[in-house]
Design a protein around this ligand. Structure first.
Ligand code: GLC
Length: 620
């Protein structure tokens, strides 16, 4: 291959070996997508070869290191953190200076929110990218990005960045050329001359932002047509059935990987393939396209991982980690949206029955992948409670979703939550919720159990199994930002309420939230049982107020118990015996001590958490 001609022999051999390994997967992914799939394959291999040649020496070394430990991201040592660069450190150089804070917290994975150049505000928090090749000027440069990844790597922290691939800003060069009448770039988008096709699609399309961006198409005068805009009118969906689009994104991914970015968050990945008569989400082609991109990445920069941002119903979720023909070939990581929703559902209802049943319905993820477990992120919470699961435990899905919205909006009698209603949909009565972890858990309302709820939520995230991600400031118990509306372009989008800036230096830990988070991180890192290759099994609750999760690791079982109520409960010894633990020999791995108890049961005070394994000596 001529691109590799100047490379030393060992590099050429390495590339050829990878190509031989991955070409079949690439071919299989492309065949159902494109008529001229062989030509597309050649183009992609050439893109991979050029990126391979350009890859810095230390990243080739990282490729080797990761391929010697392909489970690196599944390990119990992994702890994630997500933040806006400007709200955390003002600039990328500022973030680099604050890396010791992250390292001290035990963080090994940092997701920085969109930082490539977006259009001028409004830009959906950076999710309307104008230029993938440069960093937002007020944050720094591509060199600063590269430097930041180096500083992070010195502290064993991997950087994750968003790859916004469902849409670009109306001001992106592709859209600009399309607006100028260039047919090649017009074909990068879904453009229609009149409403006939859009209207047909609209019949089955949901609305993502019914409040501030109703409908899924936007008329553009310059384009002289209707362009597909699933999100805001300035975010133009790209047409992934066009192989040029696939090649463009392959180049973008590899360029970011060559700057030292180790994980790419595939933003809104569920939406990238459109099919008439459907919701245009979760189409099979989405997974074929992911496989194609991942294979190209494996050839040129195999240290790079993919994380699927698919906030979809439980029945569609597993496919993003690879099912059927795509098993082990798509994303390595995916958000466990169901767990996140069930954490809040359990806390509001003080009942673990629905969570246990719903989580039991979810198929086991491939053993080479990991969930991203989280209690909060930068987005709102949508009440993804499945009607069938709710019915199976005798609950109305619709009524429960209403209850959760009312509860977390602070409108339900006795609610301790202080959230805000986001995007009420008057047709479906869907009411999503914004709010910080601490405000939703009762700290803002001064509820005496708030800190325990935060501890419980973080314990579920740290101890379920997967890569836990702490949202910036949740380790300090930051409340909703009361001034979120003061930035004019944020005023309509109350998700900014739960994106407060980090106070430096961090305030005194008056409530003990920071100490509790650190204790959980410390305990997690000493528990090989939490390696993500071992599945979490949710047990039938023995007490409806206590969620039981067992992890059957070759070292022995780990049983976790979470009292989701504000009353005293017990964990009967029988539950331990059922999973093969001797009640006389267990230790709680968070405190390092044997839990208090009675005859034949351990005591679970309100919101108590136990992570039980056999005596500590065999696993420390
Ligand atoms: C993802 C992001 C969200 C954004 C949307 C459109 O869902 O998490 O913040 O609004 O994509 O890019």
């Amino acid at each position: 291959m001529s691109t590799l001609a100047d490379q030393p022999a060992h590099r050429r051999e390495l590339f050829e070996a990878r190509l031989e390994r991955w070409r079949p997967d690439l071919g299989a992914a492309l065949a159902p997508l494109f008529d001229d799939h062989e030509a597309v394959l050649d183009r992609l291999v050439d893109i991979a070869a050029r990126a391979f040649v350009a890859r810095p020496e230390e990243l080739h070394a990282l490729d080797l290191k990761r391929s010697l430990a392909p489970d690196w991201f599944q390990r119990e040592q992994m702890v994630g953190y997500a933040a806006y660069a400007d709200r955390f450190g003002e600039t990328l150089a500022g973030v680099a200076e604050r890396v010791p804070y992250l390292a001290d917290l035990g963080v090994t994975y940092l997701h920085l929110m969109p930082l490539l150049t977006p259009r001028q505000p409004p830009n959906d928090g950076g999710y309307a990218v104008q230029d993938y090749d440069s960093v937002r000027p007020d944050l720094g440069t591509m060199d600063d990005l590269r430097h930041l990844t180096e500083v992070l790597r010195e502290h064993d922290i991997s950087l994750c960045l968003d790859l916004v691939l469902n849409h670009v800003a109306r001001e992106h060069a592709w859209a600009e050329r399309a607006r100028q009448g260039d047919p090649r770039h017009r074909a990068y988008f879904h453009v229609y001359d009149d409403r006939s096709i859009p209207d047909e699609y609209e019949r089955t399309l949901p609305e993502v932002f019914p409040d501030f961006a109703p409908g899924n198409f936007t008329w553009d005068d310059e384009l002289d047509g209707w362009v597909w805009t699933t999100f805001n009118d300035y975010q133009w969906d790209v047409d992934w059935s066009n192989p040029d689009v696939l090649c463009e994104y392959a180049e973008i991914i590899l360029d970011l990987a060559n700057h030292g970015v180790e994980v790419l968050r595939l933003d809104a990945i569920a939406f990238i393939w459109k099919r008439m008569g459907t919701s245009c989400q979760n189409q099979p082609e989405v997974h074929a396209l992911t496989q194609a991109l991942r294979t190209v990445t494996r050839i040129a920069a195999p240290a790079t991982l993919f994380k699927a941002e698919a906030i979809v119903g439980p029945q569609d979720l597993l496919a993003y980690l690879g099912q059927g023909e795509h098993h082990g070939k798509v994303s390595d990581l995916a958000y466990h949206n169901s767990l996140m929703v069930q954490i809040w559902s359990m806390l509001a209802s003080r009942d673990a029955g629905l969570a246990a049943y719903s989580l039991q319905q979810l198929a086991t993820p491939p053993s080479t992948t990991a969930w991203i477990t989280y209690a909060r992120c930068h987005d709102d919470i949508g009440w993804a409670i499945d009607d069938d699961s709710a019915a199976a435990v005798g609950v109305s899905g619709y009524a429960h979703r209403r209850f959760l919205s009312d509860f977390y909006a602070g409108e339900f009698p006795g609610s301790w939550a202080r959230g805000l209603v986001f995007q009420e949909n008057l047709l479906t009565h869907d009411r999503r919720i914004s709010g910080s972890l601490a405000s939703l858990a009762g700290l803002e309302a001064g509820d005496p159990f708030a800190v325990r709820r935060i501890h419980l939520a973080h314990a579920l995230v740290m101890g379920f199994g997967g890569l836990p991600v702490i949202w910036m400031g949740d380790e300090l118990g930051l409340l909703n930002d009361p001034d979120w509306q003061s930035v004019p372009e944020h005023a309509e989008d109350n998700r900014w309420a739960h994106r407060p800036a980090m106070p430096w230096p961090p305030p005194d830990d008056v409530h003990g939230v920071r100490a509790s988070t650190r204790a959980l991180v410390r305990a997690r890192k000493r528990l090989p049982h939490l390696h993500a290759s071992v599945a979490a099994e949710v047990m039938d609750p023995q007490d409806p107020g206590v969620l039981l999760v067992v992890r059957r690791h070759p070292l022995g079982p780990m049983l976790s118990a979470y009292n989701v109520t504000d009353t005293d409960r017990v964990l009967p010894y029988q539950a331990l015996r059922e999973v093969g633990l001797d009640p006389g020999q267990v230790v709680d791995r968070i405190t390092g001590e044997r839990p208090d108890g009675y005859t034949e049961a351990f005591h679970l005070p309100p919101y108590a958490v136990l992570w039980l394994t056999a005596g500590s000596d065999q696993v420390s």
